[in-house]
Write a protein of this length. Structure first.
Length: 255
């Protein structure tokens, strides 16, 4: 069931959205060569604690997970696409890092992700991240009343495929509200004009996940969480929580 949020509720969702944005900014600022993924997680925890927010990631255990998630961020490096577990790995010059973060505040949830490079970037990584950001922007632009879920999926998929990148199978965006994962699902590839019609009050996490090698395949690490490219190529992940309003899409996880 899809819950349509009131204008007041959407305004309230800006609070956790801003916390997520600040946490991602803090993590990005802390991400230098030699810094561990656990230290990045601590940077995000500090932002959440200062805001009086909790993490919908910490302790989360869906049906496929062997253990609850141990961090407040997903930290995915290089060939890790999503759901990377923050651990003692220390960043190196040239690493491509994707950080996913959520916050719960006032009974509402915000969810967003960003990809960036550490130190001197590879040109191929810059192109990959820029394409992920362009795909996210295209998906957000399609999130308008009267359009359908397929229009968002088609907009994202067109940007990704035109650049020669793969799109992770079985994973995509989702509704957001009182909990982190709500209906409807938002695929990263699809046919325009298909699927549920978009209505004011719907709030969606739109999140392209791109694989540089062009394949759609992935594998899961032994930790039961981290999803990696099968071909070893790099990946990028971007995400915003977006409200659909009569005036157009409203990004709730922007600074």
């Amino acid at each position: 069931m899809v819950e349509l949020k009131t204008e007041e509720s959407i305004n309230e969702m800006r609070a956790p959205g801003r916390v997520v944005a600040r946490a991602l900014a803090a993590v990005r600022q802390a991400a230098h060569a030699g810094v561990s993924l656990l230290e990045l997680d601590e940077a995000a925890r500090a932002v959440l604690a200062e805001a009086g927010a909790s993490s919908p990631f910490l302790g989360y255990r869906p049906h496929f997970a062997p253990v609850p998630f141990p961090g407040v961020i997903c930290a995915s490096v290089n060939d890790a696409i999503v759901h990377g577990v923050p651990d003692g790995y220390r960043l190196r010059d040239g690493d491509l890092v994707s950080i996913d973060c959520g916050a719960e505040l006032g009974g509402w949830v915000g969810d967003a992700a960003v990809s960036f490079t550490v130190g001197r970037p590879r040109p191929a990584d810059v192109r990959l991240i820029e394409t992920a950001e362009a795909a996210l922007a295209a998906g957000i632009a399609a999130a308008r009343p009267g359009n359908r879920i397929g229009d968002i999926a088609h907009a994202i998929g067109t940007v990704c495929r035109s650049a020669g990148y793969g799109i992770m199978e079985d994973f995509g965006g989702h509704g957001v509200g009182r909990t982190m994962h709500e209906d409807p699902g938002v695929p990263n590839e699809g046919r325009p004009g298909r699927g549920m019609q978009l209505r004011p009050g719907m709030v969606l996490a739109i999140e392209p996940m791109l694989i540089a090698g062009g394949t759609d395949d992935y594998r899961c690490d032994g930790d039961g969480w981290t999803l990696r490219t099968v071909d070893g190529s790099r990946a990028a992940h971007t995400e915003h929580t977006v409200a659909i309003t009569a005036e157009g899409p409203r990004i709730l996880t922007a600074l």
